[in-house]
Design a binder for this molecule. Structure first.
Ligand SMILES: NC(=O)c1ccc[n+]([C@@H]2O[C@H](COP(=O)([O-])OP(=O)(O)OC[C@H]3O[C@@H](n4cnc5c(N)ncnc54)[C@H](O)[C@@H]3O)[C@@H](O)[C@H]2O)c1
Length: 358
């Protein structure tokens, strides 16, 4: 008897079905399989039943790569013809909200969506209202939440052993708002322990072909740096430094998740002499057995079959989106503090780079 949940991927590009080889070989442990199709195939009790992409060429290649013969160039036909439990959406953001809404209408039980979810808070809220009222499970492409070493850092931070958390600093380099920073905003919220950010200041660089109008920005601008004040007094820093690390600064020590989760560094003051220096350094390396995406997909399965608590809430996704939009609105006000609650729900940032959206 086949009692596996059935799943389909919509959008079979790099994230949907083809991890770039150079990325695959260079990623730290805990990151591969990193495309939706491979992660679904690695997940227990889920069957990769169908694939969809508007490009016939991409679809044929994905079909061959993942050995899935049921393929559709029109996802609406797939949603009509197949009884799918799970849909994962790895298109770009311009079409993602519409696809998710149609998957919900078709009666799926779980949705896994890539980041960024949408181009406005309004669109995100519409999706979440539908998911909530239909009781549909949800996981999201901010994968570090699903990785053990990040969870360990959060547990240690919250244990009080190193004192009170003062600052969360995320170093992803000078990078694009909607392409990369949904991960950073999520890490800031995750570690700060705050439900809301109060205000933000930002330094942002727009592209030469950007179009900036009232309530609408057609661009995926680069954030050079930003400071966030959370409601609980924790300061968040979006750093120009690279390395994909997160540093948690506490009153009695420091915790760093380095090289995108490759290791955890815990620094404490010397136990014997009173000093402001954190001389005691401990490195913990992690040996994950499942990839972050596989964990996210298996969590979706478990949300469906046994109603477990989701790793990310709808309000966290919305708050992270508001926070990022406030960074841009701060820049438009000459770098002044921008109150995160003042981000209009219908404010659109397209996330466009050239002809493609984030
Ligand atoms: N979470 C992460 O770590 C991470 C990493 C990279 C990219 N992403 C996100 O994943 C998304 C996809 O990125 P990518 O690099 O794979 O893009 P991509 O351009 O390689 O792939 C997108 C695919 O979607 C297909 N598509 C477009 N419209 C469609 C439709 N209506 N129906 C079916 N298929 C459709 C395209 O033909 C293309 O093959 C982006 O939103 C990106 O921000 C997330």
């Amino acid at each position: 008897m086949n009692n596996k949940l059935t799943a389909a991927v919509i959008g079979c590009g790099r994230m949907g079905a083809f991890t770039r080889p150079e990325l695959e070989y260079s990623m730290p442990k805990g990151w591969t399989p990193h495309n939706h199709a491979a992660a679904i195939k690695a997940a227990e009790n889920i069957e990769l039943a169908a694939l969809s992409d508007i490009s016939e060429e991409v679809l044929q290649a994905a079909s061959a790569r993942h050995n899935v013969l049921t393929i559709y160039t029109d996802y609406r036909v797939m949603l009509n013809e197949r009884k799918l439990d799970i849909v994962t959406v790895a298109t770009r953001t311009d079409v993602r909200p519409k696809i998710i809404k149609e998957a919900i209408a078709a009666g799926v039980k779980g949705v896994h969506a890539e980041k960024p979810l949408s181009q406005s808070v309004e669109q995100a809220k519409e999706i979440f209202d539908l998911l909530r009222s239909a009781g549909i499970a949800f996981t999201y492409g901010v994968y570090r939440r699903y990785i053990k070493v990040y969870q360990q850092a959060k547990e240690l931070c919250e244990s009080g052993e190193l004192g009170e958390l003062w600052q969360v600093s995320v170093s992803f380099g000078k990078t694009q708002l909607l392409w990369n920073l949904p991960h950073v905003a999520d890490l800031l919220l995750y570690f700060s322990g705050a439900k809301r950010a109060e205000w933000v200041t930002g330094v942002v660089r727009f592209s030469a072909d950007s179009n900036i109008a009232e309530g609408y920005i057609d661009d995926d601008p680069v954030v050079e740096t930003a400071t966030v004040m959370f409601e609980n007094g924790v300061i968040g820093i979006i750093n120009a430094a690279g390395g994909l690390s997160v540093k948690l600064s506490l009153t009695g020590g420091e915790i760093t998740v380095g090289a995108d989760g490759s290791w955890l560094e815990i620094c404490r003051p010397n136990r014997h002499i009173r000093t402001p220096y954190y001389y005691d350094k401990q490195i913990v390396t992690s040996q994950p057995v499942k990839s972050a995406m596989q964990v996210a997909i298996e969590e979706l399965r478990d949300q469906i079959i046994s109603s477990i608590t989701p790793s990310i809430t709808f309000s966290e996704v919305i708050e992270a989106q508001r926070l990022l939009y406030a960074v841009v609105l701060s820049e438009l006000k000459g770098g002044a503090r921008f109150s995160v609650t003042d981000v209009p729900d219908n404010f659109i940032i397209t996330g466009r780079t050239g002809n493609l959206f984030a």
